[in-house]
Each structure stands twice: as structure tokens, then as C-alpha cells.
Design a protein around this ligand. Structure first.
Ligand code: PHE
Length: 497
């Protein structure tokens, strides 16, 4: 059946969209901290090793697979072996789960845009964040009422996603021309501000002073792989979905390399922004940089607001710049995730993009409201932890094994080379068959062991069972239903030419 499938407006649009999905909050609030904790400048060694041995090879695999089969993850995996469509839906389901909680951070950032105008957090940004903004309850069992300002932020976030996705990948092609360069420019502005503040160099020194002894610890290497994996949006169907909108002969290998390097470059760059500000903050407070260093929500919504208040001038302006940066960093990761999921419905039931965007938002928005209730923070934290530390790792492992052993990977490599600017050697196959699966297995075992010994953040076991394992298991069930529902079948695998 001749089938109409949209294509990217240009190669630049494709690369921009891939970079936009990869570059997200992970680059700003996770990388700098992980690097600092794991050997500073020396961390770049395991980090780039992970990039070249797992990140880029998997990026090539995902983009190339989507392109060959012109399908998102579900039907693409169904082409390899019929029952694998089930796995494809599960992997795409992870992206649906991620976008539903990832939107929470964007909702917080929306609310902070308003608070920035008056620097409303005052002298205690931590109490302000948890008490005044989140109205956080005592624990996950106390869900409580929705917090209305956050609900409005959430509604705006989903509205933006709907408006961007309703015209499909053609409008994505245009939007990413803004949402990718803009945060980079804003980060550069913040960097100039940061570097010219007293104490900045202490912060940078903290960030970069290499501790080579730490490279002997296996944990550091695993962290590097984990960071690369999340940061490049691997194993969630995103890059398969985006690859599926490429023309038949489009270049893959170099595009993947550019995406990977741009993403890691942004992380490194963001490290300078974050640590110059932390250095300044430590200087003002008369403490050491280690005392103000943190990651995650704490960095974006507690430490940065503190630093913004302390700036000598133009505080509101820099506050706005910071939160607009967060929003523009996050939004293209969010719509990439939604697209990765909904493209499976387009493939199987030919639902047009406008309807898919509308239906998805109508289901996802109410679900996401759980995360903006008073107890929502805890559930956000649990789902995030499980999807990233277990879901994506399992998905990446299965994906490598499936393509490494059940797919004609030698032919795949040859035809990638024919259409590409950079040839792939046999090493690519060695990485996908042996190295990446081995590393992911070790990561998975270590994560399971840690969780077994101590419940994550001391949350009650029933909460992690429902929110964490429940999220992963429900997608096994939903994936099965979607697989079994009749619709267009996966295309037959042709031998590569
Ligand atoms: N790569 C994104 C980030 O760094 C997060 C993400 C993960 C997006 C998985 C899509 C899929 O923030």
C-alpha cells in the first residue's frame, strides 16, 4: 500500500530536532553535578568513552532503523519479529510515561516565570519551593488537592505541545529552529554573567579539577553510561520515530555523530554556567562550593533562585532568562517524547497528526495532574527514578540484543556506509552485540541491588511498587493490547541492499 509519510523539511531540521530532543534538563541539572561528583575534569574520560562506545552506536542504530522501516518503534520492531511489536509498544510507552511527568518540570518553570518578576522566593528559596509553590504534603500517601497555579502551568505546557504537534513533523521542523538555538544563546548570556562574578573561578575549578584516582572506581564508569543514555534520549523510541521521517538515502552516521557531540558539548558548556554561579553563591555566603552544590530540582528551583537574588543588578532579567532557558530546553524534549509514542498509532491505524495530538493531550493532561497535587512531588520523583534507572536500561538492553542478533546487522552496516559520509567499521557491531549489553546488564543489576537494600529515598515500598514498578508493568499490559488490536501490520523486512 502506498502510504504518505511526512518528511523533515531539510537535513538541518532533522539534526536540530534530534539535538532538541537530546538537549534537555538533563544537560543542565544532571551533567554538571554528576561530573563534579565523579572526578571533575577526569570524568570526561569515561564520559566520552561512553559516548563513543554506546551513545553514538545506539544513536546510529535507532535513527537508521526508523529510516529503513519508515515506522516508529512499535511497527519497526514488529518487522524484525512479529511479537517484538509488543516490545516496541512498551518502549514507546516509556516515552509516554516520561512526557507525562517531564511536563511537571515545565509547569514549575511556568510558575517561576511569574515569581521571578517579584523575586518572590525571598530569603528562603527552599521553603518557598516546597511550601509556597508545591504545597508539598507529608508523603506519597497524602496526595491532597491540586495546586492551582501549577495546574495552570501544566495546562499551558500541554497547550504548547498540542499546538506544535498538531501539524506533524513539518511544524516540528520549524519550531526547533527556535527552541534549539535560543536556550544556547541564553546559556551563553548566563555564562558571561556568571564568569564575571567574584568567586566564579572557584566554582569552575571545583567542576574541572581532575581526580584521576576516581577512574578506578567502576561506579564512575556506570554513571557515565547512565548519563549518556538519558541525555541522548536513547531506548525510548524517540530517535527511531524521528529517523522514520527521513528520506531513503538520507545520511545517518554523521548526523548521529553531530547530534551526540552537540549534546555533550552543551552539557559541558552548561557545566561552566552552573559552576560559575555556584562559585559566586559560595563566595557571597562565605561557604565552600561543595556546600551549595546540588542537582535536580534543587539546583533549578532552589540554588539558582538564590543566586539570582544575590546578583548585583538586573536580577529579574536574569531570572527570566534562566526560566525561559529551562522552558525552551525542556519543550523540545517533551514533544519528541509524545511524537515517539503517537507515531506508532499513525503507523498502525493511520490516525492523522492533528487527531493524535489532540487525543494524546486529552488523556495525558488529566493524568499529569497527579504530579501537581500536594503529594505529586513524591510520585514525580518515583516515576522518574523507575523509568530512567530501570525502564530505559531494560529497553536499551533488549534493543541491542534484538538488533545485534535477530536483524541482518552486517547488511545494515554496509548500507549505512553507502549512504553516509563517515564509514562504520566492525567495531560498531562489537559495541552493539557485546559492549553495550554488558554495560547495561551491570547497571541494571547494580540498580536493582541498591533498591533492594534500601528503598529509594525511604519511600514506603507500596508507593514504589505502584508508582515505579506499576508504571513499567502497566505498559507491558497496554503494549500487549495495542499489539493485539488489529491494524496495519509491520512491513516485511527486505534484505538490505
Ligand atoms: N534527553 C532529555 C534530557 O536530557 C531527556 C529525555 C530522555 C528525552 C529520554 C527523551 C527521551 O533532558
Amino acid at each position: 500500500m502506498a502510504e504518505h509519510r511526512d518528511q523533515w523539511n531539510s537535513r538541518t531540521a532533522f539534526i536540530m530536532a534530534a539535538v532538541g530532543s537530546a538537549v534537555g534538563l538533563g544537560n543542565v541539572w544532571r551533567f554538571p553535578y554528576v561530573a563534579y561528583e565523579s572526578g571533575g575534569g577526569a570524568f570526561l574520560i569515561p564520559y566520552f568513552t561512553a559516548l563513543f562506545t554506546a551513545g553514538i552506536p545506539m544513536l546510529i542504530l535507532e535513527m537508521g532503523l526508523g529510516q529503513r522501516l519508515h515506522r516508529g518503534a512499535p511497527l519497526a520492531f514488529g518487522s524484525v519479529k512479529k511479537p517484538l511489536q509488543w516490545f516496541g509498544w512498551w518502549a514507546a510507552g516509556l516515552s509516554a510515561a516520561i512526557v507525562i511527568y517531564y511536563s511537571t518540570i515545565l509547569a514549575w518553570a511556568c510558575v517561576y516565570l511569574k515569581h521571578t518578576l517579584t523575586l518572590a522566593w525571598g530569603t528562603d528559596p527552599q521553603a518557598f519551593f516546597f511550601d509556597q509553590v508545591l504545597h508539598r504534603s507529608e508523603g506519597p500517601s497524602d496526595i491532597g488537592a491540586p495546586v492551582w497555579p501549577l495546574v495552570i502551568g501544566m495546562a499551558l505546557t500541554w497547550l504548547a505541545i498540542y499546538l506544535i504537534l498538531r501539524k506533524g513533523v513539518r511544524s516540528v521542523s520549524k519550531v526547533v529552529l527556535i527552541t534549539v538555538p535560543l536556550p544556547m544563546i541564553l546559556l551563553a548570556v548566563l555564562l558571561v554573567r556568571g564568569l564575571t562574578l567574584p568567586g566564579a573561578m572557584d566554582g569552575i575549578r571545583y567542576f574541572l579539577t581532575p581526580n584521576f584516582a576516581m577512574l578506578l572506581e567502576p561506579k564512575i564508569w556506570l554513571k557515565a553510561y547512565g548519563q549518556i543514555f538519558f541525555s541522548l534520549s536513547l531506548a525510548s523510541g524517540v530517535m527511531i520515530g524521528y529517523g522514520s521521517y527521513l528520506g531513503k538515502k538520507a545520511e545517518i552516521n554523521n548526523s548521529a555523530l553531530i547530534t551526540g557531540l552537540a549534546n555533550c558539548g552543551t552539557s559541558f558548556f552548561a557545566g561552566f554556567v552552573v559552576f560559575s554561579m555556584l562559585g559566586y553563591l559560595a563566595n557571597v555566603q562565605g561557604v565552600s562550593v561543595a556546600d551549595v552544590t546540588t542537582s535536580g530540582t534543587g539546583l533549578a528551583f532552589v540554588v539558582f533562585p538564590t543566586a539570582i537574588s544575590q546578583l548585583p543588578a538586573l536580577n529579574v532579567l536574569f531570572g527570566l532568562i534562566f526560566f525561559v532557558t529551562l522552558l525552551t530546553l525542556g519543550i523540545d524534549s517533551a514533544f519528541a517524547l509524545q511524537e515517539a509514542f503517537t507515531t506508532g498509532f499513525h503507523d498502525k491505524w493511520q490516525i492523522p497528526p492533528e487527531k493524535l495530538a489532540r487525543y494524546f493531550v486529552l488523556v495525558a493532561f488529566p493524568l499529569s495532574l497527579l504530579f501537581v497535587t500536594r503529594g505529586g512531588y513524591y510520585w514525580f520523583d518515583i516515576v522518574d527514578k523507575w523509568v530512567c534507572d530501570f525502564g530505559l536500561v531494560i529497553s536499551g538492553l533488549i534493543q541491542c540484543l534484538v538488533i545485534g542478533y535477530l536483524y541482518p546487522i552486517q547488511d545494515f552496516r554496509k548500507s549505512l556506509n553507502e549512504q553516509s559520509e563517515i564509514p562504520l567499521g566492525q567495531w560498531w557491531i562489537v559495541m552493539l552485540r557485546f559492549v553495550t549489553p554488558a554495560v547495561l546488564t551491570i547497571i541494571l543489576i547494580m540498580n536493582l541491588k541498591t533498591e533492594w537494600l534500601n528503598s529509594y529515598e525511604n519511600y514506603p515500598r507500596w508507593a514504589t511498587l505502584i508508582g515505579g514498578w506499576g508504571t513499567l508493568i502497566i505498559w507491558i499490559v497496554l503494549g500487549y493490547i495495542l499489539w493485539k488490536t488489529p491494524g496495519t501490520e509491520s512491513p516485511k523486512l527486505k534484505t538490505e541492499n
